[in-house]
Design a protein around this ligand. Structure first.
Ligand SMILES: [Zn+2]
Length: 488
């Protein structure tokens, strides 16, 4: 059995002031064929999963490129063309193939291409022909197009948000693809368009119970796979929005029925899935009242994992204005400030301007006399089994506040983002992190309390106010009753 795998992944915020090119892939993660590390990098979890199966001689694995760019702005035409052609050439060279497994994110949008992953799968199908089994694994914050469904045989999606199950989703994609090649199963994919766009964290109800239900259906063998595409509200895609994906073993009617029932249930949760988002003033008031720390305050919308820069100073400005003590901020993206801190050296006290550079909506730069507490080359943090590069970093102190400045944009995934830089999180009263919900997985282990804070910024967080040029379907909350408006 000859199986090829590749992974091209990023999440494109088409409203971001940033732009994405090949250097962003190189900076986050780029592994040419055969050079994928032992650990998975979120979407590339299919690589280690396939290697495990190859080691027991179940298959001959032909590895292609695996690459990931931190979510950002529109991908330029040249970069998309280059990455796509690289993988297509690898597929052609690997023929004949029994299977192709793709570790995708699913929300990549390039100049001139609103459905990069659909175009990629379609092009691979054209090369390998109709008999080769194609499996694809997606992040739920993606846009599921008909082109992807029509050209793939197997689709799996991370079920958890935070995505603590990315390894399991990669393994499930590999397992279902191999079983299909062997003829043990004949998957049919059914998709139900839920026609809603919301934030769906699974760390709390009602989504917690919903995902437990999906896992039970799989465990009982009722379905081969059942998952939810949440959608990604910062990507102007015609396919934007939540969708249910159900795979059964050759039973189209059953798959359709289950997908419809699950979709109807999910639609009933609209508007009730998000945690309470407080203003920074309220969030700090609550955090100060806590008996002990650390209280984690999430800056939910200035999340580099959603494709914005992550250099907003709005919540930091509030902390400075309140003269808060025992606070650590992770992180503010500012390569220029990091360079100055490294040049100044640890222990230096000097006037630094940092943050607030990439968007008029993300606050002003901070001008302060700071102490350089720590300089670190090539700092990292962990996200489950993944190692996330933060580039050269500096920790600066101003009053009772320590701020981590980074050069590789990255959202806050784990407390080791602080501890790796010498900040003892258990000693801090408040930790402010830039992340919508991925932080929740690892930070919940150390947090006395978790508070979500929201400030307006460059992230388009309200679909009723966002101008989607490519959206032609009616979806909630833009339309109140999108299912009633459908005339089919
Ligand atoms: Zn995601």
């Amino acid at each position: 059995m000859r199986v090829f795998c590749a992974s091209i992944a990023t999440e494109t915020n088409t409203f971001s002031p940033l732009r994405t090119d090949f250097s962003d892939f190189e900076q986050s993660f780029y592994a040419p064929p055969g050079e994928h590390p032992v650990t998975p990098t979120l979407c590339s979890a299919v690589f280690p999963a396939l290697r495990k199966r190859a080691q027991v001689n179940e298959l001959e694995l032909i590895e292609g490129t695996a690459t990931w760019a931190e979510p950002g702005g529109l991908l330029n035409r040249e970069t998309w063309g280059r990455l796509k052609q690289e993988v297509l050439d690898q597929v052609t060279a690997a023929l004949p193939l029994d299977g192709v497994v793709l570790g995708l994110h699913g929300a990549m949008i390039a100049e001139g291409c609103v459905d990069c992953e659909g175009e990629l799968i379609e092009a691979i199908r054209a090369i390998v022909g109709p008999k080769t089994v194609i499996g694809a694994s997606f992040d739920p914050h993606s846009h599921l197009s008909q082109k992807r469904v029509a050209n793939a045989d197997v689709i799996t999606v991370f079920k958890e948000f935070p995505h603590t199950d990315f390894v399991e989703a990669g393994e499930a994609c590999v397992d279902l693809t191999l079983r299909t090649i062997k003829g043990d199963i004949r998957p049919v994919i059914s998709v139900f368009d839920v026609r809603m766009l919301d934030v769906l964290p699974t760390s709390q109800e009602p989504m917690r119970g919903f995902v437990d239900q999906l896992n039970q259906m799989e465990a009982k063998g009722e379905v081969l796979s059942a998952s939810v595409i949440h959608g990604f509200m910062a990507g102007d895609s015609p396919d934007i929005g939540a969708k249910i994906v159900v795979l059964t073993d050759d039973d189209r009617a059953k798959a359709d029925n289950i997908a419809r029932n699950l979709g109807t249930e999910l639609f009933s949760f609209r508007g009730q899935t998000k945690p309470d988002y407080l203003s920074p003033v309220e969030a700090f008031r609550m955090a100060q009242k806590a008996a002990h720390g650390p209280v984690v305050v999430a800056d939910v919308w200035d999340n580099p994992g959603g494709g914005v820069a992550g250099d907003s100073t709005l919540i930091l400005e509030e902390a400075i204005a309140q003269n808060l003590k025992s606070v650590a901020f992770g992180t503010i993206w500012d390569p220029m400030a990091v360079r100055l801190c490294h040049a100044a050296g640890e222990g230096a006290v000097f006037d630094l301007r940092f943050g607030g550079k990439t968007s008029a909506l993300a606050g002003n730069p901070i001008d302060a006399t700071v102490t350089v507490v720590r300089n670190q080359r090539n700092a990292v943090q962990s996200f489950g089994a993944s190692i996330v590069p933060m580039g050269d970093c500096s920790v600066i102190r101003l009053g009772g506040i320590e701020v981590v400045l980074n050069t590789n944009r990255s959202q806050a995934f784990s407390p080791d983002l602080f501890t790796n830089l010498g900040i003892d999180v258990t000693e801090k009263k408040i930790l402010v992190v830039k992340s919508t919900n991925h932080f929740h997985g690892a930070f919940s282990d150390v947090a006395a309390e978790i508070i979500y804070a929201a400030v307006e910024g460059p992230y388009p967080n309200d679909p009723t106010k966002t101008r989607y040029n490519n959206l032609t379907r009616s979806i909630w909350p833009i339309v109140k009753n999108p299912h009633e408006e459908i005339v089919e």
